[in-house]
Design a protein around this ligand. Structure first.
Ligand code: AMP
Ligand code: MG
Length: 403
């Protein structure tokens, strides 16, 4: 049997980051930047008011309270033609350009709010409530380095420095196919012996969560011709293919046969539980990576976590490619067959200042409801048969859910 680590290493020796591409700003969201973004001009671009209030000359406020004539209004948008002469002031709105002559803003709250004349009760320091040009970003400053992940704030910053397009590594396009003649599209009526296809929805969702663009092709029956035709059709739009089912030793396990014919794909027994049978390799003219995941729903999802997700993250150029891992104390004993790495479905929480896990499911690879209750996987190594209650265990954190 092949170890989990060896299987991961083989996968990572085959998949590579996708070639960089220039994308529109919103399409670049969630991608990894592949250029340095430099601000052509400063941020803020001009001195402007941080408050709604009055632009003043502080020398006029040596004694407060004082009343000053208000000679005009300046709103965000146009440049102010006004100049604040000694003894006068201008009403100003947040974000409006500071008028010449003024050296501070008096917040509305420090005044009587007057329109023709205003009574000012408190004097600001020189420069108070003024956002200085360049105090956020200087002209020529590197604001986003190549390799940065483009989340919401980074997309906002790119927009603020005037970028409508960015060079990024694109999201891999992942095609998801379920195989099995027993499968029915979710929502369709079930005949005897039939089950709903839960793997293609789950794996498509998992691929999207990993950062991919995912296409759920859905169900292909256990028919080698149909499967080969489907995969060949899908190759035109796939950077990565994921199938589920048909990789064990049953008589109708057609994925093995078809993938072996379309490219260089090996099928291994990987020393893990769940998810022992694993297919991986490349097919088609572009040597597109393909995963043949086992059909049991928990096996499929755990295999995705361990093998497909790191591949997608590698293609994205995103780091880290692994989920975060923490050490937790287990509330109940955890058991695992010697020689296999077990991934046990657990609920992770922080209790009394420490990470704690409790099993939420048995080990069966068909127990999808248990997988849906879990927010983490406890990892019991190959050489460990049992971790007693109260002892530490390594945990892969799948998600953080509010509840
Ligand atoms: P297989 O790997 O094709 O032998 O399938 C193993 C088990 O997983 C069988 O019980 C299948 O019915 C089940 N299974 C396979 N594919 C799916 C799927 N797409 N959705 C739900 N269960 C599946
Ligand atoms: Mg099957």
């Amino acid at each position: 049997m092949k170890s989990v680590s060896d299987h991961v290493a083989q996968i990572l020796s085959v998949v590579h980051p996708l070639s960089p591409l220039e994308l529109g700003l919103m399409d670049a969201h969630g991608c990894v930047l592949n250029e340095d973004v430099v601000a052509p001009s400063p941020l803020p671009g001009f001195d402007n008011s941080a408050m709604d209030g009055y632009a003043v000359r502080t020398e006029d406020l040596a004694k407060v309270p004082v009343s000053l004539p208000v000679v005009g209004d300046v709103a965000a948008g146009p440049a102010s033609p006004l100049r604040v002469q000694p003894g006068l002031c201008v009403r100003i709105m947040t974000g409006a350009m500071m008028p010449a002559g003024a050296d501070a803003v008096v917040p509305l709250e420090w005044t009587d709010g007057g329109v023709a004349t205003v009574r000012i009760d408190r004097a600001p320091d020189v420069g108070a409530f003024v956002r200085r040009s360049g105090e956020d970003v200087r002209a020529g400053e590197l604001v986003l380095a190549s390799g940065s992940y483009l989340g919401a704030a980074q997309i906002g910053l790119a927009a603020a420095v005037g970028r409508s397009r960015l060079v990024v590594r694109p999201r891999p396009r992942v095609v998801v196919v379920s195989t099995g003649s027993e499968l029915v599209e979710p929502g369709e009526p079930l005949g005897p012996g039939q089950i709903q296809d839960s793997n293609s929805p789950a794996l498509t969702a998992a691929a999207i969560e990993a950062g991919a663009i995912a296409y759920r092709v859905g169900i292909v029956p256990d028919d080698p011709r149909r499967l080969a035709d489907t995969l060949e059709d899908q190759l035109v739009r796939a950077d990565l293919l994921v199938t589920s089912g048909g990789v064990s030793v049953g008589a109708y396990d057609v994925v093995k046969e078809v993938l072996s014919r379309l490219g260089t794909v090996s099928f291994d027994k990987v020393a893990m539980q769940p998810g022992m049978p694993q297919g991986f390799g490349t097919i088609g003219p572009d040597k597109t990576p393909v995963f043949g995941l086992p059909g049991n729903p928990v096996s499929a999802l755990v295999s995705f976590e361990m093998f497909v997700r790191p591949a997608i993250r590698t293609m994205l150029g995103a780091l880290p490619i692994e989920r975060p891992r923490v050490t937790a104390l287990t509330d109940a004993a955890l058991e695992s067959p010697i020689g296999k790495r077990s991934f046990l479905r657990v609920a992770l929480e922080v209790r009394d200042g420490a990470y704690r896990v409790a099993p939420v499911s048995g080990p069966g690879s068909h127990l999808l409801a248990g997988m849906a209750r879990a927010n983490a996987l406890a990892v019991v190594p190959e050489d460990v048969a049992r971790i007693d209650a109260g002892k530490p265990v390594e945990v892969v954190v799948l998600e953080r859910r509010g509840r």
